[in-house]
Design a protein around this ligand. Sequence first.
Ligand code: SAH
Ligand code: F3S
Length: 450
Amino acid sequence: MPSVFIKTYGCQMNERDSEAVAAQLVAKGYTLARSEGAADVVLLNTCSVRDFAEQKAINKMRNVAGTARSEKRTQILGFMGCMAQSRGKELIDRLPDVDLVLGTQKFHRAAEYLDELLAGKRDKIVDVEAEAKSEAAIREHLVNGSSKTATSAFVSIMQGCNQHCTFCIVPATRGEERSRTIPDIVAECRELVGRGVKEITLLGQIVTSYAKRDLPILDGKSPFVQLLDAVHEIEGLERIRFTSPHPKGYGDDLAEAYARLPKLCESAHIPLQSGSDRILKLMHRGYTRERFLGIIQKLRQAKPGIGITTDIIVGFPGETEEDFEQTLSLCREIAFDNAYIFKYSERRDTPAADMPDQVPQEIREERNHRLLELVNEIAARKYDAFIGQTVQILVEGPSKKNPARFTGRTRCNRIVLFDGSERHRGQLMDVLIERTGSFTLYGNPAIVNL
Ligand code: SAH
Ligand code: F3S
C-alpha cells in the first residue's frame, strides 16, 4: 500500500484536520511515512492567516517537487486546508507538479481522491466546493499502540466563523459557522475516553458561538455551556479545555462554568488583538478595552490562578503610537501568562487590506519587538512565582527535545518537565516546581512523594 507524509502549518484546528486525514488513510491501508522523501504521497495542510505561512508552504512544495524530479521519483503532491481553499486551481497553475488541491470542507474525501490519482484515473483534482454536513466529518483519530495511547485529544465541534474581523481571512477559508450536534460530539469524546484519553480540547474558530443558531438558551446557559456540561458528565474524563473563544462569548454562564465544573481547566486563551478602542472598532471585534478587562476580572474571581493567554496584532492599519501604547498598558494591567504577537499582514479580500494608513513594515517590526519584550518580562515573572509550589500535571510522554525527561501540563496549561519514565504516562500527578526556564517549569515528583 502507498505511504503518505502530511506536514501541517498553522493552528490546532489544522493539526486536528491532518490527524483525521491520516487516520482515514491508515484505515484504508496507507502507511505513514517518516519523511517526505520516502513517501508516495505528500500532503501539505496549509494556513492562510498570514502571508508568511502561505509562502512557507509554497516554498516547501517547490522543494519537495524539485527533489522528486531530480531523483526521478513519482510522487502525488497535494495542498489541503485554508490556502488550498482560498487559492484553489491557481496553486496548480503556479506549481504544475501539484496533483491535488483539497479545500477545508473536503478533508474526508482525501482517500477517495488519492485512490483515483494513484490509479491514474484522474490527472489533477481540485475540490474546494462547499459541502453540507462536512463539519461532522472530522471525526477519525489516530490510534496508537496500547503503550502509546494518547492522553490528550482534540475534538472539532464546529467549523467556520461569522464574526468577520476586518483583518481575518478565516471566514473566507473556513466558511459560515456550522456546528456538530451535542450527542455527536459527546459520542466522539466518550469513545476517546474509552481508549484512555484523559484530557479533551474542544476546537473551533469561534467556539463560544457554538450552535448559536441551532439551539436555544437553556436556564441562562448558551449552547456552548450546554455542551461543556454534557462533556463534563463523561466518566473517566479528567480535563476539559477549549480554543478559540471570542471575548464577546464570555457571559456570566461561561464564567460560572469555570467555578462550577471541576474538569474545566483553569486556563483560557482569549484573543485581545488590541488595547485601543478605536482600533478594536476598526477591527470589528465587538468589545471595548473596558469590557475585555471586565471579563478577565470575572474569570479571575471565578478561578483565582487561571492561566490567561492571548493573541495581539501590532501595526493594524491606522494604529498610531498612542493606540499601540494603549495595548502596552492593557498588557501591563492584565499581565497575561503569555501572548502570541502577530505583525499585521494584509490578506486579500479583507476590508482592512484596503484601509488607509497602512503601517510601514519597520514600525510593525519595532512594535512587535517592544510588545514581545514586555510580554516576556511579565510571563517570566509569572513563571517564577511557581517556584516552591506543588502543581497537578497530566503526563503526556517523553519530552521531544530531551527524551530523558518527561513532560506534562498543569491545569493552567503550563509545560512541566521532570525526570519521569514510561509508567508515568497518562498519570495525573503532583510535582514540586524547583526552577523555571523559558516558558517551562521544572518539577520534582520525588519530593512530593516523601
Ligand atoms: N479564532 C481564530 C483566530 C484565527 S487567526 C482561531 O484561533 O482559530 C489566529 C490569530 O492570528 C488571530 O487571533 C490574530 O491575532 C492573528 N491574525 C489573524 N489575521 C491576521 C492578519 N491578517 N495579520 C496578522 N495576524 C492575524
Ligand atoms: Fe477570524 Fe475574528 Fe473569526 S479573528 S476566526 S474573524 S473571530
